[in-house]
Design a protein around this ligand. Sequence first.
Ligand SMILES: Cc1cc2nc3c(=O)[nH]c(=O)nc-3n(C[C@H](O)[C@H](O)[C@H](O)COP(=O)(O)O)c2cc1C
Length: 384
Amino acid sequence: MFSKSLDRCYNIAKLRERAQKRMPAAMFHYIDGAAGDEWTMRQNTSAFDRWELVPHFLVDVSEIDMRTKVFGQEISMPFFCSPTAMSRLFHHHGETGVARAAHRAGTLYSLSSISTESIEEAAAATEGPKVFQVYVFKDRGLNREFIQRCKDSGYAALALTVDVPIAGNRERDLVTGMTIPPKLTAATLFNFAMHPRWVWNYFTHKPIELANVRDRISGDVTTLVSFFNDQLDRTVSWDDAEWMIKEWGGPFAIKGIMCADDARRAAEVGATAVVISNHGGRQLDTSPAPIEILPEVVDAVGGKLEIILEGGVRRGVHVMKALALGATVCAAGRPYLFGLGAGGEAGVDRALEILKTDIERDMRLLGCRNVSEIDASRVREIPR
Ligand SMILES: Cc1cc2nc3c(=O)[nH]c(=O)nc-3n(C[C@H](O)[C@H](O)[C@H](O)COP(=O)(O)O)c2cc1C
């Protein structure tokens, strides 16, 4: 049972509206915004319209099995939570709240390198399977440390994000004056004053910090741009990915793959999965939508690697199209972050319930009793 207002959020767009009302502008636009003109972010969802779904009828769909497997873990639906930075900025329930909600929904949670709760805190919050997302810091000792800490804490997989050699051009953050931690200035004071509940929670809970690296970084980390540009290592190469895959020795994804060549390379260096992703349009604006790249990646590495489609997934029909085109599973960040901003942990529960209910309904309407039946026969490209 959800509160009446969360109940009334019957889709992700409605959760987004509610999140906007409940969060200060800097926090909302940090989630909602993207790079440059935000063309890629819009395209991520609208490119799904290139395909239509083809239902098959007179199939007994009284029982639906939505379970699937990724990273060696069985999950309750073909969708999981992507890694996102600094969740406690949006609601004090933070990363551990999202991890608990993901576990309740029977799916995976991915923790960002730059989370506000640590690898160990997320592990202790729930027994649900977790992925740790790795950024390679200039302090290379941190990489070894991350791997060891994830092994000690029982993480199921690692995902190396490769699409942040530098920070993307996120202009909304410049407009709102987004800093880490948030600063009350003359310009932002009025907006913060309009959100007293958020301000109260912010000041009455533990301070915002980059929990995984709290004692290890120095220099300017007050904005995302300065953080990415000062702390992350731009020399990272395929050799480093290969080293990390060997050192980890378990399920490993390269996150941010946007072409067949890089997907092949990921297979060659020993990855077990690729995440087709443009970071939700937050890095290189005008890069293509993941769903457009999916067919060529499936041709290149389908059957060899797990293929995770991530970017713009907001409805069950998006998941249907991605699976029909050959993806193993889908993931997203903004839908559950809107839930978090809209209502904390209960809002994340609601976001995941919306997606799960949608996926189940669409499988029935499509005539698919299990995930493997969502195949190429169920999708057709609209002639251009
Ligand atoms: C607020 C926010 C923070 C993010 N932080 C990270 C991060 O720390 N590491 C990472 O690999 N991806 C990060 N991402 C990208 C997501 O993992 C994912 O690629 C993106 O959300 C997909 O787009 P969608 O959520 O619009 O579908 C972030 C995305 C958002 C919206």
